[in-house]
Design a protein around this ligand. Structure first.
Ligand SMILES: Nc1nc2c(ncn2[C@@H]2O[C@H](COP(=O)(O)OP(=O)(O)OP(=O)(O)O)[C@@H](O)[C@H]2O)c(=O)[nH]1
Ligand code: SF4
Ligand SMILES: [Mg+2]
Length: 405
């Protein structure tokens, strides 16, 4: 989904994902929930292959992302075909990112083995779900049947018809009033500021900067400064020299692009805390301690060790060549080791078995990833016993800069 300056980015939206067997009516229900024909519907099982996403604003929940997925019971999986495994695997990957879920079934199918497996995966991921018993225009669901299904699923049940719209607004209201388990108190920056504070944001405009706009962590930081009723001064590194002496009061904080940590540290008065956009991002996504601990692993790297450099999106221009060129060069220079680098981007994230082959994972700030996905990635690394660090924390370590998280 494209996210312009006027829209809440997908990574900041509450993600509500529809799961179920093929032909359960997931796509029809997504269309009914958002009142638009967004997803393709057909009587042919397996119509939806890749997840379909639709941004909506539902009050009181706020900005949401509805996600329709492929059927988890892909018959191509049963026939041993790789494409089926891929389709169902993609649907299951959405579980990692779901803040809330709807398991779609009908009164005849009920809460069968596929639905039980989904519910168990959702519970393991800590994701609350609703059971939507669809097709009630065709297959009536008596109150006793619904009560039995609610007990089996241990989840709220809604009888709906995606075809006629019956029960759909009740389901929408329940979803919009739900409070998915999100650390809403965690802010990028606002929780560290008081009204009247001054913050200096250092934003280099170089060849890697996108044309005509700021990148997401910079936009989010500015918005947080405004939310906190503080004031921001935005400058390139070349404008910093002499700037601090002329300020009416010392800034509460300086936030810089990680790539210029060392030169900015030299210009910022020692008693003014300095941090990086990607450090704030790590803290915001709730994995600061793990990422900081991961930086120490750099000292233990040996010749021949494999390092995975991973970017959360494929918008290479946003982070330039930092992951593919600069990080490998800086790591090789700092450690003096002959390291082997692999690269991954977007949703291309290895499973735990593959992760075990790495001595270190270096992840970008993950601004385009949801908090859930970023936390799941850090947790995958912990389960695989692989240290993980992010760009900003790694660069600070390599430059010997003390960070104020
Ligand atoms: N009568 C009736 N038909 C429905 C209802 N919901 C969906 N259908 C029909 O069921 C068929 C499958 O619907 P889809 O929405 O494509 O189902 P899906 O779960 O997305 O299926 P896949 O993408 O193949 O996994 C279509 O022919 C729909 O028109 C409903 O509430 N009532
Ligand atoms: S590569 Fe990472 S930090 Fe850079 S824009 Fe993409 S998600 Fe954000
Ligand atoms: Mg579908």
């Amino acid at each position: 989904m494209a996210s312009g300056l006027a829209e809440t980015p997908a990574s900041e939206r509450t993600r509500i994902v529809l799961f179920g067997r093929r032909n359960a009516g997931k796509s029809s229900l997504l269309n009914a929930l958002c009142g638009q024909p967004v997803a393709l519907v057909s009587p042919v099982p397996g119509t939806t292959a890749d997840p379909v996403r639709k941004a909506v604003e539902w009050l009181p929940l706020g900005p949401c992302l509805l996600v329709d997925t492929a059927g988890v019971d892909d018959d191509a999986v049963e026939r041993g075909e790789a494409i089926g495994a891929l389709r169902a695997g993609r649907a299951r990957r959405e579980i990692r990112e779901a803040d809330a879920a709807v398991v779609v079934t009908d009164a005849a199918t009920g809460f069968g083995p596929w639905e039980r497996a989904l519910a168990s995966e959702l519970r393991d991921a800590g994701t609350a779900f609703f059971l939507a018993v669809n097709r009630v225009d065709e297959i009536p669901a008596a109150p006793e049947r619904l009560a039995a299904l609610a007990a089996e699923a241990a989840a709220p049940v809604f009888a709906v018809s995606a075809a006629t719209g019956e029960g759909v607004s009740a389901l929408r209201d329940a979803l919009a009033s739900s409070r998915p388990d999100e650390p809403a108190s965690q802010r990028l920056l606002a929780d560290r500021l008081r009204p009247g504070d001054l913050v200096v944001l250092v934003v280099p405009i170089d060849g890697a900067a996108p044309k005509g706009r700021l990148i997401l962590p910079q936009q989010l930081a500015l918005r947080d400064v405004l939310d906190a009723h503080a004031a921001a001064l935005v400058a390139q590194p070349s404008e910093l020299s002499g700037l601090f002496a002329g300020l009416p009061r010392p800034p509460r904080l300086v936030v810089t692009d990680s790539q210029v940590f060392a030169e900015v540290r030299a210009l910022v008065p020692r008693d003014v805390p300095l941090t990086g956009f990607s450090v704030l991002m790590a803290r915001y996504k709730g994995d600061w301690n793990a990422l900081r601990a991961g930086a120490a692993a750099v000292d233990a790297l040996r010749d021949g060790d494999r390092v995975l450099v991973c970017e959360g999106c494929t918008h290479r221009r946003q982070c330039g060549d930092i992951g593919t060129v600069k990080i490998p060069r800086w790591l090789a220079e700092a450690t003096g080791r002959k390291l082997v680098f692999d690269f991954a981007s977007g949703r291309d994230w290895p499973d735990r078995e593959k992760l075990r082959g790495y001595a270190l994972v270096v992840h970008c700030g993950g601004c385009m990833l949801s908090r859930r996905e970023m936390r799941a990635r850090v947790s995958d690394c912990a389960s695989a016993g692989v240290p993980v660090v992010n760009y900003g924390v790694l660069i600070a370590k390599l430059r010997g800069v003390d960070l104020d998280a």
